[in-house]
Design a protein around this ligand. Sequence first.
Ligand code: CA
Length: 220
Amino acid sequence: MVEDDSAIADAVLYCLRRDGMHAEVAETLAAARCATEGALPDVVVLDLGLPDGSGFSLIPELMRSASCPRVIVLTSRDEDVECVAALEAGADDFVTKPFSPRALAARVRAVARRGEPRSEREASLGLVVDSLGRQASFSGKDLGLTKIEFDLLAVLAEAPGRVRTREHLVARVWGEEYILAERTVDSHFKGLRRKLAEAGAPATLVETVRGVGFTLREAR
Ligand code: CA
């Protein structure tokens, strides 16, 4: 956990440890970089407002690392824009302060459980989703997806043409019983669509079914 407010950090660490997780706190960006030099944790709970800068700057570094930990961002209400940017940079989720330390611990458990390997699957129209290699490409071009974008696409690619509801996607990608704002899912889809478009995929490949969810179009 990267958090400079020791009252918040203590309450969260207490819940995480009581749940049997090994948890450590770093109070600054510098301390976090130091602490993650060796083995990276499975999950990083990252406050954005830190004494030596924004926690945001840590996200690309974590995403580039081989073990690519899950990231939950902590924000204040006025950090909305930064929080959407954090999701687009690869963060899994965000929690707005004030929050319940127990609820946060439950989210940490949920994201830690995610990401079991799935079998390779080839979808329509030049899209290849390699679940073991965790890589997706269109017409041979690597899409460079974030973890969440990849997971969402992989669920859709399992059954092209079938509509997946937001609830289904959240349960599969974030975990059962996970409560997530609609716009969080939409924001990940926005990033996914942008990358597909950049690779030359038709705009209709991933389709929004208004009021229901999302689907991957079948080849005609
Ligand atoms: Ca802070």
